[in-house]
Design a protein around this ligand. Structure first.
Ligand code: CP
Length: 354
């Protein structure tokens, strides 16, 4: 164990409230690592910036203005776990703001293959960029990267978590809440709604990050719908209990609860994390999918979401139903991620005042 391993272990032994202080600078959000960093004020600010970006970008002069904001900055996309949406939406978001981007998408083509440690690799990447956006299959990897650059390196640049193992995916949760708020705009927003999450809740980082963000809303009720072996882990359930967020667990069938939900958030089985190859395939998930028969039970004002990629959790026949929100949801990712980057680099007031 290196001294860095020891120090990080010491850091991780602290409470989440203590740890997230490390990811702020001058009292502001600096690194985006876990959903627990976000409060309603920050979310509202990010969504105001998102809406303004969408409006300004409609004109050529507006787009040129936005591109001028961070044209002196560079971003690196360090994605060694597969991604379509998160990678492309972050890359588009950076380009929208004028940032030049570089990338590593496979550690076999970096010097990690020669035995360079994660920590040394991170410090090396930070030499050539002003922002690292990262995804990999290691839990807490983004937390380690941000901690390392903030405490051990003299080149302290922001780190954004684009998915850290089966742990967290906070920028997905930001875009999910934006989609929920927009979808329920005429019904008082997300406050007071019932959100059903279905699928691999145990290893799905999107539902974990979304559950943490729900704390910022009033009177939400959660329904976790999955076979027992894919049910939500105890750490998230304890968090909900501590924050008086009511939730129920349904292990038999989505059919039993689907009509109660305002938002239905489907997820795929995360079999890339199987400890024994093929073990997920042995679990019967046939009663945890949505097709046209299930849609008949969904509330008329309800919505269907999915972080994607999907397999067969949602039948493609559902795509043409106006309650299917998942294609809009993925596009919202580009705008909310651009807003987040503008917020981190403190250029958001220029966007809001345009
Ligand atoms: N939702 C999401 O994280 O998608 P990708 O894996 O394609 O980035």
């Amino acid at each position: 164990m290196s001294i860095l391993d020891e120090k990080f272990e010491e850091f991780q032994a602290g409470s989440i409230e203590e740890r997230i202080k490390c990811f702020k600078q001058d009292g502001r959000l600096f690194d985006m690592i876990v959903s627990q960093q976000l409060d309603r004020k920050i979310l509202n600010d990010i969504y105001d910036i998102t809406n303004q970006l969408r409006t300004i970008s409609k004109s050529k002069s507006g787009s040129i203005f936005i591109q001028s904001l961070l044209c002196h900055k560079r971003a690196m996309l360090y994605f060694t776990q597969p991604s379509s949406r998160t990678f492309l939406s972050f890359e588009s978001a950076c380009h929208m703001l004028g940032m030049r981007t570089s990338e590593i998408r496979d550690s076999r083509v970096s010097s990690e293959i020669k035995g360079e440690s994660f920590d040394d690799s991170l410090r090396t990447y930070s030499s050539y960029t002003d922002l690292i956006i990262m995804r990999n299959d290691m839990e807490n990897s983004a937390e380690r990267a941000a901690w390392l650059l903030n405490t051990w390196s003299n080149r302290c640049i922001p780190v954004v978590n684009g998915g850290s193992g089966s742990d967290q995916h906070p920028t997905q949760a930001i875009l999910d809440i934006y989609t929920l708020q927009k979808s329920f705009a005429s019904q008082g927003g997300l406050d007071g709604k019932t959100v059903l999450m279905c699928g691999d809740l145990r290893r799905g980082r999107t539902v974990r990050s979304l559950s943490y963000l729900i704390k910022n809303f009033e009177d939400i009720r959660l329904i976790y719908t999955a076979p027992q072996s894919f049910q939500m882990k105890g750490d998230v359930c304890e968090f909900l209990e501590k924050n008086n967020i009511p939730f129920i667990v349904e292990t038999e069938s989505i059919d039993n609860v689907i009509s109660e939900a305002d938002a239905i958030y489907m997820t795929r089985i995360q079999d890339e994390y199987d400890l024994v190859k093929g073990e997920s395939g042995k679990v019967d998930i046939s009663r945890f999918t949505i097709g046209l028969p299930e849609m008949k039970k969904v509330k008329p004002n309800g919505i269907i979401m999915h972080p994607f990629p999907r397999r067969n959790e949602i039948d493609v026949a559902v795509d043409s139903d106006p309650r299917a929100m998942y294609w809009r949801q993925e596009r919202n990712g580009m705008w909310t991620r651009a807003a987040l980057i503008a917020y981190i680099f403190n250029v958001h007031n220029e966007i809001l005042n345009f």
